[in-house]
Design a protein around this ligand. Structure first.
Ligand code: BGC
Length: 325
């Protein structure tokens, strides 16, 4: 091919990319100012493997709509740290932020600050109900806690002692789960006694220690239920160490890889999988709709699934079908 033709083809290709035709933009959201790429940032409660599929969904949707996706996580689950991360993001004048709120009151002021700066804010996974966030995208937590207890009471034959572990006592999403769990047992199985409800700070090592302490303090403990993601892997490890795997019922939220292995190995009886990928994906779509001036509903239910040995190897494919392109 002649050099002049090659130069012409290259120029056409460059123009094509420059006008955005090369991107998989399905034109959601009014066009950003020329030459300015839109930036959306996901801020989880802190570093935790639970958020990996959330960001997968966020990234995939961002690629589809031609938005730049970023992830900014504080090291620990500490309110001041999460606030600082969000303040840094606000200072960069990004276009949208999706937050998993560690706390309601603690985050409301920084969410207001972002809103005043013209940044669209949604919450995903964990809401901040009194804040100015435009919507909450995630599990309906009270109902999910109730559903967890309904599964558990059957396994417990409606009686015995259960201990509940929770990753932080301030987050409304986790407190709602516990509320639903407690309400279900009161209504449907009053002979089941909650003998402990303890904080493991969202940390697996703390969960292991707490589980060992619970086993010592409550020799008749029949079940452990986790309202956050690290409980099943942490408690499973402790039960194994104590030779109690399969002897104490273990169940709880989320489908971390170690939880799924423990279901296959009969150490975890069931888990409640949240639709984390969908939370991330919808966060991008709702931020774009907000930029377009569309009103958003107060909350968007992403739904949950109960995972047992029966569906542990098939549920993920079923969940992802929804997003197959
Ligand atoms: C919750 C998250 C939490 C995670 C790790 C999940 O069940 O939905 O809010 O960050 O567990 O503790």
């Amino acid at each position: 091919m002649k050099k002049s033709i090659l130069v012409l083809l290259a120029a056409v290709a460059l123009t094509w990319l420059d006008t955005g035709c090369g991107k998989k933009d399905e034109s959601k959201g009014t066009e950003p100012a020329k030459g300015k790429e839109r930036v959306f940032v996901m801020v989880p409660k802190g570093v935790h493997p639970y958020y990996e599929p959330c960001f997968e969904g966020f990234k995939d949707a961002a690629a589809k709509y031609g938005v730049k996706a970023e992830y900014r996580a504080a090291k620990g689950f500490e309110v001041p740290q999460e606030v600082e991360v969000i303040e840094n993001v606000i200072a960069r004048h990004v276009d949208g932020i999706a937050i998993s709120a560690l706390d309601d009151q603690g985050l409301a002021p920084v969410i207001e600050e972002a809103t005043k700066a013209g940044i669209k804010v949604v919450t995903f996974d964990a809401p901040a109900p009194t804040s100015k966030a435009l919507t909450y995208i995630g599990t309906m937590n009270e109902a999910a806690g109730y559903a967890g207890a309904e599964q558990l009471l059957k396994l417990m034959n409606n009686e015995g002692e259960v201990a509940v572990l929770q990753g932080g006592l301030g987050a409304p999403n986790l407190n709602d789960r516990f509320k639903g769990f407690e309400r279900c047992l009161k209504e449907k199985a009053p002979n089941i006694k909650i003998v402990a409800h303890e904080d493991e700070q969202g940390k697996i090592d703390v969960t292991v220690n707490k589980t060992e302490a619970l086993l010592q303090a409550h020799p008749n403990l029949k079940a452990i239920f986790g309202v956050s993601a690290e409980v099943c892997p942490g408690a499973a490890a402790a039960l194994k160490q104590q030779g109690k795997a399969g002897k104490v019922i273990l169940a709880g939220f989320d489908d971390l890889p170690d939880t799924l292995s423990a279901i296959r190995g009969d150490i975890v009886n069931f888990c409640i999988a949240q639709r984390t990928y969908k939370m991330g994906w919808l966060s991008v779509e709702k931020l774009l709709e907000a930029i377009d001036g569309k009103p958003l509903p107060k909350e968007i239910d992403t739904g949950v699934l109960v995972i047992t040995k029966q569906n542990v190897d098939t549920y993920m494919q079923d969940m992802k079908k929804e997003f197959a392109k």
